[in-house]
Design a protein around this ligand. Sequence first.
Ligand code: FES
Ligand code: FES
Length: 162
Amino acid sequence: MASDRAITLRVNGRSITTAVPAHRTLLEALRDAGFVDVKRGCEKGDCGACAVLIDGVAIDACLTLAWTAEGRTIVTAAGLGKDELHPLQTSFIEKGAIQCGYCTPGLLIAAHSLLAMSPDPSEDEMRFELSGNLCRCTGYSKVFEAVKDAATKMAAREAHHD
Ligand code: FES
Ligand code: FES
């Protein structure tokens, strides 16, 4: 019988200490700690609803053991904006890219990871990079519109800070 070990996770700028057994996934640990914006979907890496950023890269939390995330920087969808909503969050709202919303946190995380790699993504890049995130409602075109819109907002923000 595996015993629990206390681990400290850095999530959205906070440190969370929690006792978990070796087999507990990061998804379970985060939800148990109150980060319910990390969605529980298929729990086998198919739907992307549970995606979080780990050191800036989108990872399925259901495929990650909580112990392995210790000491790394974890950001959930709710942690993307600081004092105000992140441009991706406002663009998803403004472009109607949220319907039931279940896929939205994972899509925001995947889109964030995409824009970090490719600040002005083509439709092909968006299709490829967001292909691990299943959405039953939007048909994706509004999602792609929102990601493009956020890219434009982020480029303008960059130019303003230069
Ligand atoms: S819940 Fe993790 S990929 Fe579906
Ligand atoms: S908005 Fe419902 S699954 Fe995507």
